[in-house]
Design a protein around this ligand. Structure first.
Ligand code: GLA
Ligand code: ZN
Length: 724
């Protein structure tokens, strides 16, 4: 059945279509550029729509697998759907790489194969999340519109192949994307088991260096700064005589070092803008698709995207604005088994993007890998990984992928089923999770993680440090993880929040490595402490302004009165050195300061630790200052030992009046989901040892249904969900 969407396109002859595409590209670009002053990502389409929760009204958690009907003979479909049904699955995500099958030739749409699969899936009550397939353009698009292919930094155009080939500035590509999206929306808007959409797949790049991107960047800058004078000031182009005299001369800055140690030569402020521009390109591209879907599809169709945790390319707060909720792809199993701190922190970030629960769109189902594969999941590990995400706010769980693909680059990215398509151990473990989730659903509805602690996660600081970290290896994710992991070990939930979030609901806020600190944000942090908050900031916080120029102030700049310190000098602790850090009165042992040290002078702050090195003896390393009703903490170095951070956060929690509620053995994770009068304690053993945890007596452990005694034993990778 040909979708009516291509009738209009059929009438056009090629030349007309081509010139129409070009004319409309210019028109669309013009409108969008004018419009971009309102920064498209700030506009939420149809804001009056009722918010859609992952755990929808029907209350059933989405549990299933990423499925590729196009990979298997039709005869196999029913076998797979039956096995999914038997496993308790109720959803598949599909079609995100099937553009060429849905539009085999330009403007010719063929959805029959997908209709057939969806109808069969509906028979087994399997719902569908459709992916817009723009992560891989069909070969005909690359052939006919080569300008849609991205250009690499060396000026060479990408050769069509693999995926993510396209330039995001290219108007033709945006039109082709809108057309296939609209055609799919038109065609599947009434398909009974289509419940939502995934835009594209894992936005991140490519970063294109074509002339159109350069021109687009120039226009974006003109929109942002208005005059060349403002641009020159923002970029500090007096340095090296780089004054910009016309918009047209602006080049794509050299922002990514080509493998060598030395950082790239690009002006840091120009690179900072270039990162923002590329993030904006992806957000705008998604905005086109969201608009097309919202225009056609019923309100209950949700729109989401599969984010990639800490990837730095896109400001996920911006990307999330157009989405009903975020999804993300979680792959925590690679090398030897470890405590999955990172997956917990990533989950908290994903929850923080829209400050609401999220969906797992892809998750480890077996050994991961492309050219080589890594460790297999061990018995109980698939389940443990799923429960960790549930504990942090996942309201749905889709494994990647259903069956290991026998062809292509992902022959070794294993699914729940192997190449042989047999429902074996991994499939059975997923089925166990699904059946347990069905039991938990009624308790989970309306619950999420509610934290007293928040950590600011700022893309502007990430972009500032990208290519110019300051001290070697400095990055926001690691800076946060040092503190986050200590909260994890203490069983304290943490929200990861945007710098724009409301801080007042938190008793304790940390702002590690917040290098971009506009005066407005500094005022906000100061007010938070003045009004009774406890704030910790640390190395490099407040060094730069909102155009990535260094503030002309003694550090920590406008935060100085609140922190009660000044930092006249600082320096790297290079990899061949370690400084000794101690203060018997506050910290139990001496610790090793590495990577970086601020030479802190107290201006009223209490010195909680200092350096032992002769040239630093008169300086502080850790300080705390009373300011207004609250406290401002500052840590001016990085400490090698985890024990330091355990001690530090116990002091922070005390200052903030936050009590730990459970004593955890190392390797056991605790998280609480609460809401609607329900409070659920998740306990997860990340280790391969038996662990005993003291817990409240007489509660109900929901998986087993048993009453709790004063302790619980968790075996290897075992989990428990206790109704408090
Ligand atoms: C990402 C992509 C998937 C697949 C997996 C495994 O998560 O979204 O399409 O490529 O990685 O590589
Ligand atoms: Zn381009």
């Amino acid at each position: 059945m040909k979708s009516n969407c291509n009738e209009n396109f059929h009438k056009m002859k090629k030349p007309v279509l081509k010139s129409w595409l070009r004319i409309s590209t210019v028109v669309i670009l013009g409108v969008l550029i004018l419009n971009s002053k309102h920064s498209v990502f700030a506009q939420v389409i149809s804001p009056q729509r009722p918010p859609i929760e992952v755990l929808g009204k029907q209350g059933e958690m989405l549990i299933g697998a990423d499925y590729y009907p196009e990979h298997w003979p039709k005869e196999r479909w029913e076998t797979d759907l039956k096995l999914m049904k038997e496993a308790g699955f109720n959803v598949v995500r599909l079609a995100e790489f099937a553009w060429v099958l849905m539009e085999p030739t330009e403007g010719q749409f063929e959805f029959d194969w997908l209709d057939e699969f969806l109808a069969l899936a509906d028979k087994y009550e399997i719902r569908a999340i459709l992916g817009t397939p723009t992560a891989v353009m069909p070969a005909w698009a690359a052939r006919k519109y080569p300008e849609t292919l991205a250009t690499k930094k060396n000026g060479q155009q990408i050769v069509w192949g693999a995926r993510k080939n396209n330039c995001f500035s290219n108007g033709t590509y945006r039109l082709l994307s809108e057309r296939i999206t609209r055609a799919m929306a038109e065609h599947f808007k009434n398909t009974p088991n289509v419940i939502g959409w995934q835009t594209d797949n894992e936005f991140a790049g490519p970063v294109c260096h074509c002339d159109r991107c350069r021109a687009n960047f120039q226009d974006w800058l003109r929109n942002k700064y208005g005059t060349l004078e403002k641009l020159n000031t923002a970029w500090g182009t007096h340095f090296w005589g780089h004054k910009v005299q016309t918009w047209g001369e602006i080049q794509v800055p050299d922002c990514d070092s080509e493998g060598g140690n030395w950082s790239p030569s690009g002006n840091p402020s120009a690179c900072y803008d270039w990162r923002q521009f590329n993030s904006w390109l992806n957000v705008r591209f998604q905005h086109d698709q969201v608009k097309a879907i919202r225009k056609v599809c019923p309100e209950h169709h949700f729109i989401t995207h599969n984010l990639m945790s800490f990837h730095p390319e896109i400001n996920y707060y911006d990307l999330g604005k157009d989405l009903d909720f975020v999804s993300w792809d979680n792959y925590p199993v690679w090398y030897k088994p470890t405590i999955s701190y990172g997956a917990a922190m990533a989950a908290d970030l994903m929850r923080g993007i829209k400050q609401k629960n999220f969906l797992i769109m892809e998750q480890t189902a077996g050994p991961c890998g492309w050219g080589v594969f890594y460790r297999n999941t061990r018995p109980g590990e698939i389940r443990k990984i799923a429960y960790q995400q549930l504990a942090h706010g996942a309201d749905g769980q889709i494994w990647f992928r259903w069956r290991t693909c026998t062809a292509g680059r992902e022959q070794y990215w294993h699914g729940l089923l192997g190449h042989d398509g047999k429902p074996l151990r991994r499939y059975k473990e997923a089925a166990q999770v699904a059946s347990e989730y069905r039991k938990l659903e009624k308790y989970l509805r309306g619950t999420t993680v509610k934290s007293d602690v928040a950590i600011i996660y700022d893309y502007h600081s990430i972009w500032s440090l990208w290519g110019q970290p300051g001290f070697e290896g400095n990055n926001v994710r690691d800076a946060i993880a040092r503190y986050y992991n200590a909260f994890f070990r203490a069983g304290i939930n943490v929200d990861m929040i945007s710098p724009e979030a409301d801080l007042s609901k938190y008793k304790l806020v940390l702002a590690p490595d917040l290098i971009i600190l506009p005066d407005k944000l500094a005022d906000k942090l100061n007010d938070y402490v003045k009004n009774g908050g406890v704030l910790l900031t640390d190395c490099r916080t407040g060094v730069k302004d909102e155009t990535n120029l260094a503030h002309k102030r003694t550090l920590p700049g406008l935060l100085s009165p609140m922190l009660g310190i000044e930092i006249e000098e600082y320096g790297a602790i290079t990899p061949d050195m370690e400084y000794e850090l101690k203060n018997e009165n506050t910290f139990s042992g001496s610790y090793s300061a590495i990577h970086y040290c601020d030479w802190i002078t107290s201006k009223g702050a209490e010195v909680l630790a200092g350096y032992e090195q002769w040239h630093l003896k008169s300086f502080a390393a850790v300080t705390r200052n009373s300011y207004g009703q609250g406290k401002g903490w500052y840590v001016g170095t990085i400490v090698k030992e985890e024990a330091f951070y355990d001690e530090l956060i116990s002091k922070l929690l005390e200052d903030a009046g936050i009590k730990t509620y459970i004593d955890l053995p190392i390797g056991v994770e605790a998280s609480i989901r609460q809401g609607n009068g329900t409070k659920l304690l998740f306990l997860i053993n990340h280790t391969e040892d038996q662990k005993k945890i003291i817990i409240p007596v007489g509660k109900k452990e929901l998986i087993s249904g048993e009453k709790t005694s004063e302790s619980i034993e968790l075996g290897i990778y075992e989990v428990a969900v206790i109704e408090l």
